[in-house]
Design a protein around this ligand. Structure first.
Ligand code: FEO
Length: 395
């Protein structure tokens, strides 16, 4: 159902309460998501973004209840990943000649996805489109998080339509940030940044500085996922500035998997040692085989150091660890420390291989790691605690 935001702007998106995974199986969305689309009515009418393909018919039907589709003068596509452009084919079947405003890359992506020859108008930073009393100003934002991404600013109402930027995979009836559960909202906002935008942090920092220089008054930030930032929208901009600057808290995260619990016992004792030497440090443990991978990556984002543990199996490490390491490498974390640990029976290569992988992924190695043959006895467990204490002191 459409929801009025201002005299000119109406939310016409879709809340997806049941979404459990996003980007295939890459991102777990424990709180669902939403695909926000916005209708702007001035002397001219513009639609900003659409919704994901499974909701295309529902989206078009709802939109028809809100507006005569033939009165839509412009479609603005800020970003053309399928969760925002998926309903375009259904919409364009109804209004095939309506111009689609997007970046040059955006046109390339739409053509690549839908193989349709629609009426594209390419825009660049600073281009303006008059809607009557108000104007749209386009701001390219490449790699936030795709090459086609742009933001659109509405003058008069002072609204920044930021697409994925400042978004959250968060299904809620609270349209605005101040009405949402603050714990859930911020947990989803940081998870979104850590898992989607972190690799592009240098571009985020540059874009924020550029937008600040434009000195545009900002009443609302309307992203394409989650809540609208209405109460002090600058707070999410400030959070992004902080997150883009190699963010870390006083936290150490241990991620492990274990065949016969030896590596798990090592993890627990290393954690005890860290806590003993640095009681004010938050220490968290995750088993990569059973815990939520997206949450684990968020915890890595928040950490100043991580420890990765695996048993040695078939001259390597466990596949759950291989999976989480690949995710961690792709997220390009900066200025974090790391080390590896694990138990083994005879060959015992895992710790060395994990150390090499961590180094290749941009982590500064604290030491050569800690290995334990077979099951740790009390002496070995005390060695793990001592290792944890030393690890904490080196941070
Ligand atoms: Fe929400 Fe990059 O799509």
């Amino acid at each position: 159902m459409a929801r009025k935001i201002t005299d000119k702007v109406t939310w016409v998106g879709k809340i997806d309460w049941e979404l459990e995974e996003f980007h295939g199986h890459e991102f777990t969305t424990r709180k669902g998501s939403s695909y926000n689309s916005y209708l702007i009515r001035d002397e001219k009418t513009a639609l900003i973004d659409t919704v994901w393909k499974p909701f295309d018919e529902e989206f078009v039907a709802n939109l028809k209840r809100e507006v005569d589709l033939s009165s839509i003068d412009y479609i603005i596509m800020n970003h053309n990943e399928i969760d925002h452009s998926g309903a375009l084919p259904a919409l364009m079947r109804e209004i095939p000649d309506t111009p689609i405003y997007c970046t040059r890359k955006g046109e390339e992506i739409i053509r690549g996805h839908y193989h349709a020859d629609w009426n594209f108008v390419n825009v660049k930073t600073g281009d303006r489109l008059s809607l009557g009393a108000a104007e749209l100003i386009f701001i390219e934002a490449p790699m936030l998080h795709w090459p086609d991404t742009m933001f659109t600013y509405l003058t008069g109402e002072n609204i920044l339509f930021s697409n994925d930027g400042f978004g959250q995979h968060y299904a809620t009836e609270s349209l605005y940030n101040d009405a949402a559960d603050q714990g859930e909202l911020w947990a989803e906002a940081v998870k979104y940044y850590a898992n989607i935008l972190n690799p592009f942090s240098p571009m985020v920092a540059r874009k924020l500085a550029e937008i600040q220089k434009l000195d545009l008054p900002l009443q609302l930030i309307c992203p394409s996922h989650g809540v609208i930032w209405k109460d002090n929208p600058a707070q999410i901009v400030e959070a992004y500035a902080k997150w883009a600057a190699a963010y870390q808290e006083n936290q150490v995260t241990l991620i492990y998997d274990s065949m016969w619990n030896a590596t798990r016992r090592m993890a627990e004792c290393i954690a005890e040692g860290i806590k003993e030497a640095a009681p004010e440090t938050t220490v968290k443990l995750y088993n990569a085989a059973v815990d939520d991978k997206t949450e684990i990556c968020t915890e890595v984002f928040k950490s100043k150091a991580i420890l990765i543990g695996s048993s040695t199996v078939n001259n390597g490490y466990l596949y759950s660890i291989a999976g989480i390491l690949e995710m961690i490498k792709g997220l390009k974390f900066k200025q974090k420390k790391a080390a590896a640990f694990g138990s083994y029976g005879w060959s015992g290569e895992a710790v060395k291989q994990l150390s090499e992988y961590l180094e290749k992924s941009g982590f500064a190695l604290v030491n050569e790691g800690l290995r334990c043959p077979w099951q740790p006895d009390e002496t070995k467990l005390e060695e793990c605690r001592a290792y944890g204490r030393e690890f904490a002191k080196s941070l």
